[in-house]
Design a protein around this ligand. Structure first.
Ligand code: ADP
Ligand code: MG
Length: 578
């Protein structure tokens, strides 16, 4: 613990982040924010230096007192005017680094004097030297400069102890730069085989395409020319970026800005398809760079083991589709493309401190989670339709609610099941939880809402609510990312939670028919078991729960004979518990 802490920094053209290994995992340091600091420095109305979001927000309105993309100037002998003063590129970068250093100190509660900083693979010695100087000005000794694609590869592969050689293509599209690199990792050593790209291509250009389109729309619809009006152009820029980001999720979006001129309001729809048309040429160019990188490295597409998407703009869906078409592999996007490089820098920083890391905490769910429900389709009643509530690749934490309806009058129970998988027949997926929910015998079509909450630690909370009565069932399943072995993921705790709030009879799915109620003798045994569960020893609890589950399963199969045999066994056990 005497080793001085070393932080990892992605000093980006558009955005910067800082990471630190906590225990064994690199984490982005967040101070109640998303951890992303715009690489932007400015002077505010009162003449004070500002760094980050506030500086970025004033950039279009006050360009003369804002500096953007200083990274492009690194290594050049020049001075950058800012308000009345002049600064070297290193000094401006140092202001950004200082902001990150202070944030790290605040969060870690101690002084930080050392850092690993990433730079593009093509950076010259002079540019690397300038980056080190920026660190020194900010009070950070730069213990190592590493290449951005190397950091990205470390974030993805750093935890794999495997020593077989892997060849990785890193496609990094940021705000103003595009880099594609081929890296090879072997024995935990990463080497950049080739790196190419375009340092004048990125998300800003895509925003600009949308802005130009909006300017044309305003001209055509309202005969209004806003190009000289900085305040309006600033608003169009933020609308454009917002629309672009939305189109990475949605097929269409609406851009709205009131009072562009006195009584003129902007309101236009933009489809993903139209946006793709605007940027296709640029994306095509990036694909040509991919080909060039492969050639430079002397390899063919078949040699690539993995494609990593890095940089905020790599979220544009067209990009992964085109890469997949071209290289015949699905690009990996488990690690947030905005944070990937900083996390890799954090891993390298830990190595410098002599700490072994266990890899990046994946912050998206690798699996789909859902429930089973009955549904009428063309072929009649399908009792086991898989209804996904949380889809694979969704960012965590996430919460989703679906509504279900009872199927018959007087339905008194619903079996709420949790499955992991992608198959449309729920039974082909892995069952990781099963809970009986006592209903109030209301009429068919009564509403039940089912909510899943999944957090970063793989804890899945579910809540079912009978709308009419407010009756609620809560359960918690731990460790759902370790789903390979379904029996292992259920902890006693969730089992108890589930059982203690359950009703007396069940049938799978959202819709249940009343005729399948459990015979009263079996229900009595289950009720007794629930009562004794609280006072039983931990060992007995586990056994009781297992038997209760076996009974439920037998009842589900309508094998009441088997259920009764297990009931006898359960009763024997309960007899000794007081
Ligand atoms: P840099 O490496 O240049 O510092 P980043 O990797 O932080 O940049 O990328 C910033 C760019 O990513 C910005 O242009 C931003 O608008 C864009 N971006 C962020 N999220 C998305 C998204 N979901 N879809 C498309 N572009 C995005
Ligand atoms: Mg970047």
């Amino acid at each position: 613990m005497n080793t001085p802490p070393i932080i990892g920094i992605d000093l980006g053209t558009t955005n910067s982040e800082v990471a630190f290994v906590h225990e064994t995992r690199p984490e982005i340091l967040r101070d109640g924010d998303d951890g992303i600091l715009p690489s932007c420095v400015g002077v505010d109305d009162d003449g004070r230096l500002i760094v980050g979001t506030t500086a970025r927000n004033q950039a279009v309105a006050y360009p003369e007192r804002t500096v953007l993309s200083v990274k492009r100037e690194m290594g050049k002998e020049k001075e950058i005017p800012l308000a009345e003063k002049r600064y070297t590129p290193q000094e401006i970068s140092a202001l950004i680094l200082k902001e990150l250093k202070e944030k790290a100190e605040k969060i870690m509660g101690r002084g930080v004097g050392h850092a690993v900083i990433t730079v593009p693979a093509y950076f010259t010695d002079a540019q690397r030297q300038a980056t080190k100087e920026a660190g020194a000005i900010a009070g950070l000794e730069v213990v190592r400069i590493i290449n951005e694609p190397t950091a990205a590869a470390l974030a993805y592969e750093g935890s794999h102890a495997g020593d077989e050689r892997r060849t990785i293509l890193v496609y990094d599209l940021g705000g103003g730069t595009f880099d594609v690199s081929i890296v090879q990792i072997e024995d935990r050593v990463v080497e950049v085989l080739a790196s190419t790209g375009d340092n004048r291509l990125g998300g800003d250009d895509f925003d600009e395409r949308i802005i130009q389109w909006l300017v044309r729309e305003l001209k055509q619809q309202h005969h209004l020319d806003v190009t000289e009006n900085r305040a309006v152009m600033a608003r169009l820029k933020s609308c454009a970026e917002k629309a672009k980001v939305e189109l990475s999720q949605a097929a269409t979006t609406r851009i709205e800005a009131d009072h562009i001129a006195e009584d003129i309001h902007l309101s236009v729809a933009l489809t993903r398809e139209a946006f793709e048309g605007m940027i296709r040429e640029e994306i095509d160019r990036t694909m040509q760079s991919v080909t060039k990188a492969l050639q430079d490295a002397g390899i063919t597409p078949g040699d690539i083991d993995r494609i990593l998407l890095v940089g905020g703009s790599s979220r544009i869906p067209m990009i992964s589709n085109m890469l997949k078409d071209k290289l015949k592999i699905d690009p990996s996007k488990e690690i947030d493309p905005d944070l990937c490089v900083a996390l890799g820098a954090g891993i390298q920083a830990a190595r410098e401190m002599g700490i072994d890391t266990s890899g990046v905490l994946i912050d998206i769910t690798p699996y789909t989670f859902g429930t089973s429900a009955a549904e009428f389709n063309d072929e009649g009643l399908d009792p086991h339709v898989f209804v996904p509530l949380i889809k694979r690749n969704t960012k965590l934490p996430v919460s989703h609610t679906e509504t279900f309806y009872t199927m018959v009058d007087n339905q008194d129970l619903a079996l709420i099941q949790v499955f992991q998988g992608e198959e449309s027949n729920a039974l082909d997926n892995i069952l990781i939880g099963s809970y009986r929910f006592d209903l109030s015998n209301s009429e068919a079509g009564s509403m039940i809402t089912l909510k899943y909450d999944l957090d970063l630690n793989g804890i899945l909370k579910l809540e079912a609510v009978e709308k009419e009565t407010g009756r609620t069932l809560n359960a918690v399943i731990d460790n759902v990312f370790a789903c390979e072995d379904p029996d292992r993921v259920r902890t006693s705790q969730e089992k108890i939670n589930g059982f203690s709030s359950m009703g007396a009879a069940a049938k799978p799915g959202k819709a249940h028919s009343g005729e399948d109620t459990i015979p009263p003798d079996i229900t009595d045994t289950l009720t007794l078991a629930r009562e004794k569960l609280d006072v039983a020893s931990k060992e007995d609890q586990d056994e009781i729960i297992d038997l209760m589950e076996e009974i439920t399963d037998a009842v589900e199969d309508k094998n009441f004979e088997k259920a009764r045999i297990i009931c006898d066994e359960l009763e024997d056990l309960l007899f000794y518990i007081d």
